[in-house]
Design a protein around this ligand. Structure first.
Ligand code: BTN
Length: 245
């Protein structure tokens, strides 16, 4: 990964740039990385705060020959790759909150945005956006994020080398991507579960078709979240925002 790198001092959103490059036919593994985003995007049309020189704001273009239904698994692969990179470089172990949040002490340190260019039966490109809060100080976060976001520097009390972290992250992403292409999601499931916070807990899943409250049982070999509601019925959730009670 990252043989083709587009390094930008400032951009509106690496995700937007990567979408354009993918449409123009860029190779598998193309990386777009920026020092600052002026209009970083999160899930559900949220803003992703991306101040200069403090974080890792990157989007990777992947071109697996797979059906579009597999795309959500890439969020889980990315989460495992990020969690291990943080563990290796910072010596702390983050929690993964299904599907796409990485937390330290209950606050967000990384968000993952997996988007798709596809026709009905095959993926043309996956645009995997990763935003990691690395060296922000508390004052660098807008006030409304103080209770919900943090950085690796705040949590470890140390300045973290962003280049070491990116290097390790790309190595991990490539490793897990290759395992996944060869053997599917099943071999990565245990690893994912070892970081998961929500399993066994009471949660509320907010989906587009309504809320489901119950116990998070685990994920399937396909990476789908299983919840047992209080009537004992089991639901498989493909996409939701999760609140841990
Ligand atoms: C989320 O948790 O809502 C996902 C956040 C994803 C943010 C990253 S930063 C790099 C890439 N470019 C963007 O505009 N967004 C993603």
């Amino acid at each position: 990964f990252g043989k083709t790198i587009h390094y930008l001092e400032s951009t509106d959103s690496t995700q937007k740039v990567a979408h354009r490059l993918a449409q123009e036919g860029c190779p598998d593994g193309t990386l777009v990385i920026a020092e600052e985003q002026t209009n970083g995007r999160g899930r559900l049309a949220r803003v992703w705060h991306s101040p200069k020189y403090t974080g890792i704001w990157m989007s990777l273009v992947l071109r697996p020959k797979l059906p579009p239904a597999k795309a959500p698994q890439f969020t889980l692969i990315a989460a495992v790759a990020v969690a291990q990179a943080i563990e290796d470089v910072c010596k702390i172990s983050p929690d993964i909150k299904w599907p796409n949040d990485l937390l330290l002490n209950g606050k967000k340190i990384t968000g993952i945005l997996t988007e798709l260019q596809a026709d009905s039966d095959k993926i043309d490109a996956i645009i995997m956006g990763i935003g990691m809060n690395v060296n922000q100080k508390e004052a660098d976060f807008p006030i409304e994020l103080h209770d919900i976001a943090t950085s690796l520097a705040i949590e470890t009390g140390k300045e973290i080398s962003r280049s070491n972290l990116v290097k390790r992250l790309l190595e991990n992403l490539e490793k897990y991507y290759l395992i996944y292409l060869k053997n599917g999601f099943a071999p990565l499931k245990l690893l994912w579960e070892s970081y998961a916070v929500s399993l066994g807990k009471d949660i509320i899943a907010r989906t587009i078709s309504g809320n489901i409250a119950g116990k998070a049982l685990g994920i399937t070999d396909e990476g789908v979240l299983k919840i047992q509601d209080y009537n004992g019925q089991i639901h498989e959730i493909y996409s939701a925002d999760i609140e841990i009670k």
